[in-house]
Design a protein around this ligand. Structure first.
Ligand SMILES: C[S@@+](CC[C@H](N)C(=O)[O-])C[C@H]1O[C@@H](n2cnc3c(N)ncnc32)[C@H](O)[C@@H]1O
Length: 195
């Protein structure tokens, strides 16, 4: 059975949409499953990460994608922004060594106001998060702003996100992205685009 994360359902929103309080902590543990690492590996392989790349993840949740990205960028840098204090705390614990070493930086914030200068990152990704952003097009425009001119983005969704693949091309296009490609597997959907 697939439970769809409906952001309008308050209980699910508190657990997974923008996790907060005790329910958010329980949701964070549930989000950190083995399947999530497989999804993160797929997203990062579509992103074609180089060891020196500077990468940002939006809506990192418990920090599995951040961990996988840091393992692929030993000479680069990984930043993350998430709009849940509970998730920032969980992900800081999950990535404590890399944070201590200065290879990973995790911040509380929203996709529509990223705390980084224009053109900071080579690559950006987000997994199961865009469906709960207040305004996906504004979020995508903001991601585009912090990418370098040659930057690329990958949006990943497992079936539980309930994201229709048909919406992804127009959303990315309205957010200012080009060369949009949609890949679908049993594991979910990846939308790949460049600035
Ligand atoms: C369903 S969880 C997915 C977490 C993780 N990426 C995963 O796949 O396990 C959605 C995440 O998006 C974050 N989020 C929600 N609204 C956001 C926003 N406006 N800006 C940034 N992150 C947001 C939530 O706090 C949560 O961590």
């Amino acid at each position: 059975m697939v439970v769809v994360l409906n952001p309008k359902n308050t209980l699910l929103d508190r657990m997974f949409g923008r996790p907060r309080g005790l329910l958010g902590r329980i949701g964070g543990r549930l989000l950190a499953t083995r399947g999530k690492r497989k999804m993160a590996e797929w997203v990062l392989s579509e992103l074609d990460v180089e060891p020196t790349d500077h990468v940002i993840e939006i809506g990192f949740g418990p920090g599995i994608g951040i961990q996988s990205a840091a393992a692929r960028t030993p000479d680069g840098f990984v930043a993350g922004v998430d709009y849940s204090e509970v998730m920032v705390e969980l992900a800081l614990n999950q990535n404590a060594e890399d944070v201590e070493a200065g290879n990973v930086e995790l911040r509380f914030g929203s996709v529509d106001d990223l705390p980084y200068e224009d053109g900071t990152f080579d690559l950006a990704f987000s997994i199961n998060s865009m469906q709960v952003w207040p305004n996906p097009i504004e979020g995508l425009e903001e991601i585009r702003r912090v990418l370098k001119p040659s930057g690329r983005v990958v949006l990943g969704f497992t079936p539980s996100a309930g994201q229709s693949s048909d919406e992804l091309q127009p959303l990315l296009s309205d957010g200012g992205f080009d060369n949009i490609r949609i890949e679908e597997k049993e594991m979910g959907i990846c939308a790949i685009a460049s600035k």
